[in-house]
Design a protein around this ligand. Structure first.
Ligand code: MCA
Ligand code: AMP
Length: 510
């Protein structure tokens, strides 16, 4: 018997304003598009999206543009429940395509634009989309190479015009997104999130972060991960608020957007906060109502330095692709550096086993991985508790601290890198006999991908990157490379990664 100690974190939740209750089933009429359509009807003139140049789209424009795009997608044969791979830089056009898909009841598979051919082909073969919306020819070629029957569109949906069928009719339990993630191990698998899951999460954020129609978000995150898409974009449209979409993160563009468009919110990963705090214009962030950090640990010293430079006390929060947002520091209440805060409304959190793994339950938690019953069964404990793969503890105020990970994962600049994928790619190199990949601490990136290789000849990190480029996205490439004589293995042949440090193999275990 495994000795499992379960410690439910209860009694500590976000304080909501007087008279406000969290009711995810009632919120926004049950699905994302129905929630958004409330604003199309009630506030058609209100600004919804701005681009860096200042071109604006109001809610009425978004309604009309998404209706037109949905008409073209429908006329191309796409029907409710069909899957659509989406991979493009953030732009109003991509938002229109995404919202149109969800209004039609299509299931969006957001895909990283940095992915290389084999990574895209894996997603296409696994998810079998009927269509793809992409902005790069290499991506459309990879999609077609994996499955020639996939219809490929540009974000503008280059297809003949047609009237849209009835929109916004999807059921709350229907899938909305499939987010590819490697979870604990192995090849990426698709986490299927329903409309109800995603709506439960944005409703919790709306209440906890006091997100209102008056808010304006500087959205410099990519729209192919939960952070930019499921929190930034979906949250904005749920609150009836607005966002300034930046095609990529650049500190000056963030300051300019705040200045030109009166932004109130910024969401970012710790690497972005590090670059912002070092900028000469950092003080301009003082005008924001709220800065939120997530996707990777925000070091407590950066939290304090940021406050000294800008006057902003960052709200750190914690989430996952499979669950959307889980825990956040409070907006009204103490924000504790080095912690991720308190469970969001509707989210139950418990600490199970030793060392204690964070397990969660709630309307926001996905039902399972796409066609992977084995992985789904493994991911859940009894009674619907999802195992996050993160280790946690409570500090003296009852705030959750993420103290480590059970899963093998490196988080570099907010992007997840699974060592196994990098090791498999390294082993394809003719001179590399064996490889082990670990994360090492980095001031700029949080962690950097670090490879230990056994090789028949000298290998240069830069030369290796050219080789890896054929197989894996650039952010997964090892930035540090060490050649060693042999990987340390235990009696069962398993690599002992904890012995790989400081560029060498540490001594035998005692
Ligand atoms: C870019 N590069 C990276 C990374 N990003 N290398 C390691 N780690 C990275 N994160 C590399 C590029 O491959 C390139 O390499 C060089 O850096 C410069 O590329 P560029 O695009 O100019 O980089 P950047 O614009 O400075 O990007 C840094 C960034 C970006 C803005 C911090 O990484 C980013 O947007 N991160 C956020 C990702 C995110 O949204 N994560 C949320 C997922 P070379 O020049 O050598 O080719 S997690 C999530 O959704 C969960 C639910 C959650 O809790 O939020
Ligand atoms: P993803 O698989 O992209 O959904 O990434 C989710 C993982 O990111 C979580 O399981 C955590 O390991 C990590 N994560 C997200 N937010 C935080 C945070 N604020 N602090 C530490 N880790 C985080």
């Amino acid at each position: 018997m495994v000795d499992v100690e379960v410690n439910q974190v209860d009694g500590q939740h976000h304080h909501l304003p007087a008279g406000v209750a969290y009711d995810p089933a009632a919120a926004g009429l049950g699905t994302l598009p129905r929630s958004w359509a409330r604003h199309f009807d009630a506030a058609p003139e209100r600004t919804c999206l701005l681009d860096a140049a200042g071109a604006a789209l109001c809610y009425g424009d978004l309604d009309r543009a998404t209706r037109a795009a949905a008409g073209r997608l429908h006329a191309s044969g796409l029907r409710r429940g069909d899957r659509v791979l989406c991979s493009a830089a953030a732009s109003p056009g991509l938002v229109i395509a995404h919202v149109a898909c969800l209004r039609l009841g299509l299931v969006v598979i957001p895909t990283n634009t940095a992915y290389r051919r084999e990574e895209i082909m894996h997603v296409v073969r696994d998810a079998r989309p009927a269509a793809a919306i992409v902005d790069a020819s290499a991506c459309s070629e990879a999609v077609r190479a994996a499955d020639a029957s996939v219809q490929v569109f540009a974000p503008a949906i280059d297809a003949p015009t047609a009237d849209a069928p009835a929109l916004d009719e999807t059921e709350p339990s229907a899938p909305a997104l499939i987010g590819y993630t490697s979870g604990t191990t192995g090849r990426p698998k698709g986490a299927v999130l329903s409309h109800a899951n995603l709506l439960a999460s944005v409703e919790a954020l709306r209440l906890a972060w006091r997100w209102s129609a008056d808010d304006r978000l500087v959205l410099a995150l990519p729209l192919f991960h939960m952070h930019g898409l499921g929190v930034g974009l979906h949250g904005t449209l749920h609150a009836g608020a607005s966002a300034i979409l930046l095609p990529r993160f650049d500190p000056d563009a963030v300051f300019d957007a705040i200045d030109a468009h009166g932004a109130t919110l910024f969401f970012g990963v710790p690497t972005m906060y590090r670059r912002l705090v070092d900028a000469t214009r950092a003080r301009e962030l003082a005008r924001l109502r709220l800065c939120v950090s997530g996707s990777a640990p925000l070091p407590a010293d950066l939290h304090r330095r940021f406050e000294a430079a800008t006057g902003q006390r960052i709200v750190e929060r914690y989430g996952m692709t499979e669950t959307a947002m889980l825990v956040s520091n409070p907006v009204d209440g103490e924000r504790r550096p080095g912690t991720v805060g308190l469970p969001l409304p509707g989210v139950e959190v418990r600490l199970a086993g030793r060392p204690a793994q964070i397990e969660v339950r709630g309307a926001n938690v996905f039902a399972g991985y796409f066609e992977r019953d084995d992985a789904t069964a493994e991911a859940f404990a009894e009674a619907g508790w999802f195992r996050t793969g993160d280790l946690g503890e409570l500090d003296e105020a009852g705030y959750l601290v993420i103290s480590g990970r059970v899963k093998e994962l490196i988080i570099s600049g907010g992007y997840n890198v699974y060592p196994r994928e990098v090791e498999d790619a390294l082993r394809l190199h003719p001179a590399i006999e064996d490889a082990a990949v670990v994360g090492t601490a980095s001031e700029e990136w949080g962690e950097v991908v670090t490879a230990y290789v056994v090789a028949s000849e000298e290998i240069e990190a830069d030369g290796l990157r050219g080789f890896l480029d054929d197989h894996i996205a650039a952010y997964k490439h090892p930035r540090r490379l060490h050649r060693i004589d042999a990987l340390p293995r235990n009696a069962l042949g398993k690599v002992q990664k904890h012995r790989l440090a400081h560029g060498r193999v540490l001594g035998e275990e005692t």
